[in-house]
Each structure stands twice: as C-alpha cells, then as structure tokens.
Ligand binder design. Structure first.
Ligand code: CLF
Ligand code: SF4
Length: 539
C-alpha cells in the first residue's frame, strides 16, 4: 500500500488545553520517593532525562543506559538497536492498531515484518552484530506483544545470551501479562522493559481499548481498561522493585488522552519509571485502524511538544523515539532490515567476533566523547555571551538538522528522510524531536513537488543546518522563513546549532533582522511515497 503525501492544511490545535496542565510541583502532590532516577539511588540529583550523562545518575544505571540508543539521547547518535519479529500474537486490541501490521506500540503502522522462529532470530542477531558492531541492543517489540508470546520471546533471549552475551536485552509489552513474567525477565537479565501506558483512568482507557483477552475470555469496555490498568501498574511496580529499568510509551491521541498524559507521567514516575516516551498517534484511513477509519487525527508538532514540555519535571522524557518497526535494524531513524532478510542471511558467512566489536565500540565512544566535549565548549561560550546580551537571553528557537549519524551535520538537504530538531537557547541545545519527510533528491535531480511537504514538516524551525543544499530548495526555504545554513558542514550538531544561534542573536541585537515567531509543523503520517527507503515498503 502506498500513501499519498497529505496536502491538507494543518489542523488547528483545538483539543489540547496546555494552559490547564500544571507543571509538576504547582499544587499537585509531590511524587513519592522512588520515582524516576531516585528509585535507583539518584536522590539529590537533577532529573536525569534521556539526555543525561554519567554525572546525573549512579554508575550502575549509567552502565545500563550509556550505549542503549533508546534510553540515552546522546547514545542514539552513535549506537544501533535491532528488533526480531518473533512475537506475532496479541492479547488486547488497541484502537490505533490493525493486526495486519506491526504493533503500533513500538512500531508505526503501515509496515509488516518477516516473522522469525527463535533459531532464525538468533542467527539474524549474530549476523547483524558481526556486520554492525555498534549494534548494542536486541529488542523484542512485536509484531504483536512480546509477553503474549512468552515461549518464543524467552527462548530467543536464552539462546542469545549464550551466543552474544555483550548484547543488551530489551522488550516491549502492553503490560497485561507482565506481572506473570517478571521472574523470567530477571532470569534472562532483560535490563530494559517498555510498557505502553496510554491512561491511568479506565474511563479514558475504554476509548482506546475495545477489548482484552483475559482469563480465557474476551472482556470489553470499562472493565477491560480497568484490568489492563491494574496489571500495568502492578507490573511496573514489580520491575522497579527488581531494579529493571522501565520506559513508558504513551501514544498521544488528541481529544482522548492529551491532557491525561500529564497524570500518566506523574503516576509512572511515582512507581519508578525511568523514562516516559510520549509519541504521536499515527492514524491514516489507509492503515485500516479504528482511529484511522473514524477520522481520529494525530497531534501536530506543536501539540506534541506542548504536552512533552508540560511533563518536564515529572518522569524523565524521551523525545527521540522513531516509532520503529518490529524488525528494525540500525541507528534510530535508519532501517537496514532489508540487508538482513532470511534469504540474505543464508548467504552470509557469520563470525561473531567480540574483540572486533569491542574495538569498534571504543572508537564510537571516542567520537561520542568528542561530541560531548564540543557541546560543553559551545555551551560555555554561549553562556558567556548570555551575560552580555540580556535582550535575547530568554530566546528559544527550533533548528532542523540534516544528519546521517555520528552527531554531526553531515547530510545533504536532498538526501534527508528525517530531520532532527533541536531547541536552542543561550544555555542549551536540546534534542526535541525528528520530522520524517519524503526524499527531495530523486536520482540526481530535485523533485520540487516534494518541497512544500518538506517545508511543512519543519515549518516551526527558524533554520535548517545542512551539509549542502541546492539553489531551488534554498530559495523556497527562505521564502517560507526558514534559513538554510550550510556553513557548519561536518561539525557536531550542538556546537553548530549554538554557534548559529549566537550569530542569530547578534543579528537581532544589531538590528539586522527582527525575530519572528514561527508557525506549527506537520508530523508526517503514512508510508513514504518517494525514494528507495527500506521503510517505504508497506503491505
Ligand atoms: Fe526496541 Fe523499544 Fe527496546 Fe528501543 S525501540 S524494544 S526500547 S530497543 Fe526505541 Fe524504537 Fe521508540 Fe521503541 S525508538 S519505538 S523507544
Ligand atoms: Fe496492536 Fe500492539 Fe495494541 Fe496489540 S498491543 S493491539 S499488537 S498496538
């Protein structure tokens, strides 16, 4: 199935009354001790967040997250993960899911996976680990629910632990069966568990879940949502008690759980969740889901960011999720699964070389430290300017970045299938999201019909940092008020963004330009329509 790029105007953000969402600590209960990092011994530390470093958390937690691309924003520029699709069955129904496709909890709809046996899965992991030495994490995330398929899930983990003990194990679940498998999770040293929690109130939940399969019968409506909620909370508490790092995924569904997600954030923090990942509903009629067919829209970029910002100070936020598919392979945002299909695996001569992997990862770590140092240096310089320029000290703008990894501005505008978006101010350059786009460059020439959709995707940004850009897209971006910047080609992203921002401030201070507010941007729905992207294939 191929989706067409939507040309519809962006919906007005009518649903989300962010003004009604209070920041944590303003008249609400203070979360109990044990939430977030403090549950893992991080008392007295600042909120660690997914962009945190070793100074923000105990060493044993840092060791678990430092090269997990989902649990550390910094790591996601350098380390890869892979999923194996060994879990086809599911025990609940979500209104944003069509069973023809992967589990939308951990993968966006519109793509299906090649289902594997545990033997095939382990062979694939070992092959990928040999070819992609910076692949550090194996996740089981569907295409159904990992714990609705416990035999296949745990058999895969058991075998992999024997054959590739350096790979971190990770699973994702809707939580219904979770309390029954906490012992197994610990037995196989699964250090990272994601639970998709979209509500903590069954009255909200019954709008999202039409039924669950529970104790050999189908349970519907409020009762179903209540059971699911109780099992999710129990499972989360049990994992926290056993020291397993948990991430909560929540799908933001405008008009249904947008304001409610603040409550979710508070409740999961109270129960020790390490991270909260609030992701946009992907909902197109072509996906054949209940929400897609009933016209339920997803949030705009501004709506998503507003809910995430309102949750700051609660459970630590993850903002770099790519809603990847159940057989994804590679860095977040890229997908190399097509290189490792079953027929191709048979031709690969697989040798698992632990020393080679460790040597490569040492190089990756070196590059990551260099990125970190460049960011700190640029921040120090920026803060020094802040003292001298009160006029723009409070200014914050969004900047889109064309990158193909390594934390650098190193991609041509025309080759971008995903922009990374950073919020830049005098004191920070913070990753706040990504925007998928169709490729502008089509085999050596630019497709100008794609430009409006690319501009809509980054319409809330003041600048776009690229390695290179042609005259036509440059003019179109300028006309739309987005400044194309290619002078930082090859530089580390945060350093480049901060330096551009300081120049921007100088131009405002000198009167050369006037700062303008930007509009909203569109979160891309549906499959890719252009280019040879592996993620473009749909059923
Ligand atoms: Fe996979 Fe999930 Fe583990 Fe990551 S994904 S099971 S925690 S290894 Fe990551 Fe993909 Fe987002 Fe999931 S980007 S969908 S959060
Ligand atoms: Fe679909 Fe995943 Fe929900 Fe199951 S848990 S219904 S597979 S989105």
């Amino acid at each position: 199935m191929q989706a067409s790029t939507s040309t519809a105007p962006m919906p007005a953000p009518t649903y989300i009354g962010i003004g009604q969402i209070k920041p944590l600590g303003s008249g609400l209960d203070v979360p109990a001790a044990g939430g977030g990092c403090s549950s893992h011994g991080g008392e007295g530390k600042a909120s660690c967040g997914s962009s945190a470093g070793p100074d923000d958390m105990p060493q044993e937690i840092w060791d678990k997250v430092k090269n997990h691309p989902c649990y550390s924003e910094e790591a996601h520029h350098h380390y890869a993960r892979m999923h194996v699709a060994v879990a086809p069955a599911c025990n609940i129904q979500c209104n944003y899911c069509n069973r023809k496709y992967d589990c939308s909890n951990e993968s966006r709809p519109g793509v299906v996976s090649q289902k594997l046996t545990p033997d095939q899965a382990v062979r694939k992991v070992v092959a990928v680990a040999s070819e992609i030495p910076q692949m550090t994490v194996l996740g089981i995330a569907g295409p159904g629910d990992a714990l609705a398929n416990p035999a296949k899930t745990f058999e895969t983990f058991r075998m992999l632990q024997e054959q590739a003990p350096d790979i971190k194990l990770c699973l994702s679940t809707n939580g219904l069966a979770l309390p029954d498998y906490v012992d197994e999770i610990c037995k196989y040293n699964v250090d990272h568990v994601t639970i998709t929690i979209n509500m903590v109130d069954p009255a909200v939940g019954e709008k999202i879940y039409p039924w669950i399969f529970w104790e050999h019968r189908r349970v519907r409506g409020y009762e179903a949502a209540k059971i699911l909620h109780e099992r999710q909370m129990l499972g989360l508490e049990m994992l926290t008690a056993r020291g397993v790092l948990t991430k909560i995924n929540s799908v933001l569904i405008p008009g249904i759980n947008d304001e409610h997600l603040y409550e979710v954030n508070r409740e999961v923090k109270k129960r020790g969740a390490f991270l909260h990942n609030i992701m946009p509903l992907i909902s197109e009629a072509e996906h054949g889901t209940y929400f897609g067919l009933s016209g339920q829209r997803g949030p705009t970029a501004t709506e998503l960011k507003a809910v995430q910002d309102a949750c700051m100070g609660g459970a630590n936020l993850m903002r770099h999720c790519r809603q990847c598919r159940a057989d994804a392979v590679g860095l977040l945002g890229e997908d190399r699964s097509e290189e490792f299909t079953l027929d191709k695996l048979e031709q690969l001569d697989v040798v698992y070389d632990l020393e080679k992997r460790q040597a490569y990862q040492a190089q990756v770590e070196h590059e990551r430290q260099a990125q970190h140092a460049a960011k700190e240096e640029a921040l120090a310089a920026s803060r020094a300017i802040a003292v001298a320029d009160e006029l723009t000290d409070e200014l914050k703008v969004l900047v889109a970045v064309a990158t193909k990894g390594g934390g650098r501005v190193n991609e041509h505008f025309g080759h971008v299938s995903e922009f990374q978006v950073f919020e830049v101010s005098a004191t920070q350059a913070l990753f706040v999201g990504h925007r998928r786009v169709d490729l502008y460059c089509q085999g050596g020439f630019g497709d100008d019909e794609q430009l409006p959709s690319v501009v809509r995707a980054i319409n809330d940004c003041h600048a776009v940092l690229v390695a290179k850009i042609g005259a036509c897209p440059r003019d179109e971006l300028l006309a739309a008020g987005v400044e194309p910047v290619d002078q930082y080609a090859g530089d580390f992203i945060e350093k480049a963004a901060l330096e551009w921002f300081n120049g921007y401030r100088s131009r405002i201070a000198s009167g050369a330009i006037v700062h303008q507010h930007r509009g909203d941007a569109q979160i891309r729905q549906g499959a890719y329509t252009h280019g040879a992207e592996p993620m473009a294939q749909a059923a």
